[in-house]
Write a protein that binds this ligand. Sequence first.
Ligand code: GLP
Length: 233
Amino acid sequence: MNIIKVKNADEGAQKAFEIYQNVIKSGAKVLGLATGSSPIALYDRLSASDLDFSNMTSVNLDEYLGLDGDNDQSYRYFMNQHLFNQKPFKHSYVPDGKSDDHEAAAKAYDQIIAENPIDLQLLGIGRNGHIGFNEPGTSFDSTTHIVDLTQSTIDANARFFEKESDVPTQAISMGIASVMSAKQILLVAYGDTKADAIAATVNGPVSETVPASVLQNHENVTIIVDEAAASKL
Ligand code: GLP
């Protein structure tokens, strides 16, 4: 794992932006994207740049169940706001949270990933070490699946909703095997609430109880952390 320590999220976004410039220059065609507050400064930089995504494909990690793309809490809406409206891709895939048949939607998403092998997968990390919405205990062999969110994740995400009871309790998420199939992975984490998860990811045993620890098994992973998130390394 290549660990890059930065002073703050802004410096982290600049380092991440340079990685995007390089992979795009090297011919990357498919970007795996993530939501959450951690990538926002990077998306701002990508949006303001002269990079052209119109011949590229994006594949997002996850979506809440029950929210359609017009709902301002959906991850599709988040991506439109933070990146796609400014920088359209040829195709931008986000799992379908409003399907009548979730199993079929998960299968269809796996097919999309198979047809669009991910060159660079961006990840944030949950306080409990989740990646995408792959909560602790998720099999490392998992592909796209329906997830019951843990209370810790519901609590952490409640800040984005008017009240906690509005937070969806289920999501559809790319699986851990799908994340690991990306050629390169970039994880960004800022703030002391991520310090335990980062320490367990980097130095802990590789275990399904800390989903992000699987990244130790990937040959091309970069982790960008600020001083607070790196404080327990
Ligand atoms: C959600 C998302 C994750 C994200 C995590 C952390 O649970 N599904 O993909 O990494 O939140 O978000 P933040 O960056 O806001 O801390």
